[in-house]
Ligand binder design. Structure first.
Ligand SMILES: Cc1cc2nc3c(=O)[nH]c(=O)nc-3n(C[C@H](O)[C@H](O)[C@H](O)COP(=O)(O)O)c2cc1C
Length: 298
């Protein structure tokens, strides 16, 4: 499309996130605890790695970027995600020891979807899921690296949920309607995301989060978010607006490319430290209790 204005959801999202300001409440402040429980496991913080694919070996190192960030997830004890890959690559991710949720692509070949899910379960994945945001491309079915994708119906998603004992996470939710459908089909988690701006003018995930949180209130489903998260302040805003945890994505890449596992460990630790600091500076002791009362929308 020949837009004369920016329809880029990445830019719109960044502007929205930066327009949210934080007041400070210092008197009687406490040291905050950022430990987080997800699907019955304790993690060091409410920060997730992204569902990424196709990262090569950086700077001549032996392991791929996907393995390196998975090792960092294991070492920092955060929940790990990976995206599109073949089973052989997924085995290498499992070998890192990271608790990993495998986001399987919505392949038009349903046999491939089922094979990858079953493989993940047998290999010891912590959870499985699907990114639903490859529906029809602008000229027909969406093709990702030569493979045809397809849209999902509620019944298809329900059958995936019912085919596994693992928690199932739907990635690519950006409306109350889809969030409710995910809860109805028995998903245990959603990732509120516009998948780095596939949809022109896609709304910022943090803008729709409060409505999704309200609609899912009382339901047994975790709400994760991604897109443009790059600091402890961003994670804080996401939690305040209704997320249980937030995934860093492209913001992690420079640290990953340059310094591999140690670079990602430092990047994640810095995010956790900033989150803890902002929680203490706004009067929240525990990540599950953060609300939006300290946020101001400019
Ligand atoms: C290199 C790369 C590979 C990605 N691969 C996948 C994938 O296989 N599956 C998926 O669901 N999302 C994939 N994504 C999307 C990310 O998971 C995430 O939704 C998106 O990058 C937005 O987050 P960010 O702004 O923090 O990068 C990929 C993104 C990048 C940059």
């Amino acid at each position: 499309m020949a837009y004369t204005r920016s329809s880029d959801a990445n830019e719109i999202t960044a502007r929205y996130m930066d327009s949210i300001l934080i007041e400070q409440r210092l008197i009687d402040s406490v040291k905050a605890d950022i430990e987080t429980e997800i699907f019955g496991e304790k993690f060091s913080m409410p920060v997730l790695t992204p569902a990424f694919s196709h990262l090569k070996e950086f700077n001549g190192r032996k392991k791929t970027g996907l393995e390196e960030y998975s090792i960092a997830a294991k070492e920092t004890n955060i929940l790990n995600f990976v995206g599109m890959m073949e089973n052989e690559q997924f085995s290498k991710i499992i070998a890192t020891g990271a608790k990993t949720i495998r986001i399987v692509k919505p392949y038009a070949d349903h046999g491939k979807v089922r094979d990858q899910m079953q493989f993940a379960e047998e290999a010891g994945a912590f959870g499985i899921g699907m990114d639903i945001d490859h529906i029809f491309g602008v000229t027909g079915y969406d093709i990702v690296i030569g493979e045809e994708m397809t849209y999902q119906t509620s019944e298809m998603l329900r059958s995936y949920v019912e085919s596994t004992d693992l928690p199932f996470v739907v990635k690519g939710v950006l409306s109350v309607e889809d969030a409710m459908k995910c809860a109805d089909i028995g998903a245990k988690g959603i990732i509120v995301s516009h998948h780095h701006g596939r949809l022109p003018y896609a709304m910022p995930p943090l803008m729709i989060l409060p409505k999704i949180r309200e609609a899912l209130s009382g339901k047994d489903i975790k709400i994760f978010v991604d897109c443009g998260i790059e600091s402890g302040a961003d994670v804080y805003k996401a939690l305040a607006l209704g997320a249980d945890a937030a995934a860093v994505g492209r913001s992690m890449l420079p640290s990953l490319e340059k310094d591999g596992v140690s670079g990602v460990n430092k990047f994640l630790t810095d995010i956790g430290n900033e989150l803890r600091f902002i929680m203490s500076a706004t009067g929240f002791e525990d990540v599950s209790k953060i609300d939006a009362s300290a946020l101001h929308f400019t």
